[in-house]
Design a protein around this ligand. Structure first.
Ligand code: MRU
Length: 349
């Protein structure tokens, strides 16, 4: 597959270099980040986005930040490290991968309390690299499991972007389609454009087209028609946080796709690594949903206003799909089936 190195370190390790996803597909610009403020802004503005990608970013971000911190006094270093980690964690609340990765980096600091400054930095770099390497392996495995469900000629509808740019390689929800294309298996993808930030139009259709997958872009309100026409045999979506009972937070509009799929009898699958499963969260009711600026609905993307100035907007970035609507949750360890309270817990035994 064509590999996009969208999160990497500068050669001297002092900066984080990312592909600014907010500019795609019009412009492929890499930006360099060195301060906590710049890193916070990059997550908040979706320059880096997608649950696993945010986690990978956070690992390398903490490594870069740690290089600028004095290590003379261990307690002082820990205090500053944890303070910066908490700051990055406050950038977006819904995807659990962010806090998951930051916790891993914090543990590395705690375990490295006795190390020299150079050894501690090496330890942190190794942890960030491990988060990335594990994600590459998990996405590959998820793609294999997802592809095992598909037959040649099948159509798959997806929502938002759960591709290589939202992860490391392959992605989750569209990983099976990319893997299928590599193997010459004819599959069709339908990508919801995904209002208001258009991740489906800007990123998913871009990635699928580049991977040689037969992709058709649709507006979100066309999914029902596509299902009714019999063009899709599966819905594959990503996830930002999966609760212990299988309730799943993903991009706003995902739960609507699941409800439509149930109506038309189309299997609806969630694909995500175990790093996105939060067994500490009993159900979707406890998942914090990020609320975003109404300008994303009112004016973003338009050259002229498309809504009256000052009109009230409601702009939740995610919604929760009830576990009863989910046919299976595909992780790197296999496909979990209902009851999810049992099958998800078994993944961590
Ligand atoms: O707001 P975003 O673009 O970060 O939302 C991304 C999604 O909802 C993805 O579907 C999810 O993070 C899974 S990415 C493998």
């Amino acid at each position: 597959m064509q590999q996009i190195d969208h999160i990497r370190l500068s050669p001297d390790g002092d900066r984080l270099v990312i592909l600014d996803q907010s500019l795609l597909p019009g412009e492929a610009r890499y930006i360099e980040l060195s301060t906590a403020g710049e890193m916070y802004e990059a997550i908040k503005s979706l320059r880096v986005r997608g649950a696993p990608a945010i986690g990978i970013f956070a690992g390398f971000a903490m490594y870069v930040l740690s290089r600028g911190m004095s290590k003379e006094n261990c307690a002082e270093f820990e205090r500053e490290f944890f303070e910066k980690s908490a700051y990055l964690n406050s950038s977006r609340p819904t995807a659990v991968n962010l806090s998951w990765a930051l916790r891993r980096m914090e543990s590395a600091v705690r375990q490295g309390a006795e190390l020299s400054a150079a050894a501690l930095e090496a330890r942190l770099l190794a942890e960030a690299q491990a988060i990335l390497d594990e994600d590459i392996a998990m996405c590959r495995s998820i793609s294999e499991h997802g592809l095992s469900l598909l037959n040649p000629g099948d159509g798959v509808l997806t929502h938002c972007n759960a591709g290589p740019m939202a992860t490391s390689r392959y992605g989750t929800a569209i990983g099976p389609l990319i893997l299928g294309a590599e193997r010459g298996i004819p599959l069709r993808a339908f990508a919801d454009e995904t209002r208001p930030l258009l991740q489906g139009a800007r990123l998913t259709s871009y990635e699928l087209q580049n991977a040689g997958v037969d992709v058709t872009l649709i507006c979100d309100n066309m999914a029902s028609m596509v299902m009714k026409n019999g063009w899709v045999q599966f819905c594959f979506v990503g996830c930002d946080r999966v609760a212990a009972n299988g309730d799943t937070a993903n991009k706003i509009g995902t739960s609507g796709v699941a409800i439509l799929a149930k109506h038309y009898g189309i299997p609806f699958y969630v694909l995500g690594p175990t790093s996105t499963i939060d067994l500490d969260c009993p159900s979707g009711a406890q998942i914090e949903i990020e609320q975003r600026d109404g300008e994303e609905i009112r004016s973003l993307w338009y050259s002229r206003p498309m809504a009256p100035e000052g009109v009230r907007c409601y702009n939740p970035a995610f919604d929760v799909t009830n576990h009863e609507l989910i046919s299976g949750i595909i992780t790197e360890k296999g496909i979990c089936r209902p009851p999810y309270t049992r099958s998800l817990a078994a993944l961590f035994k």
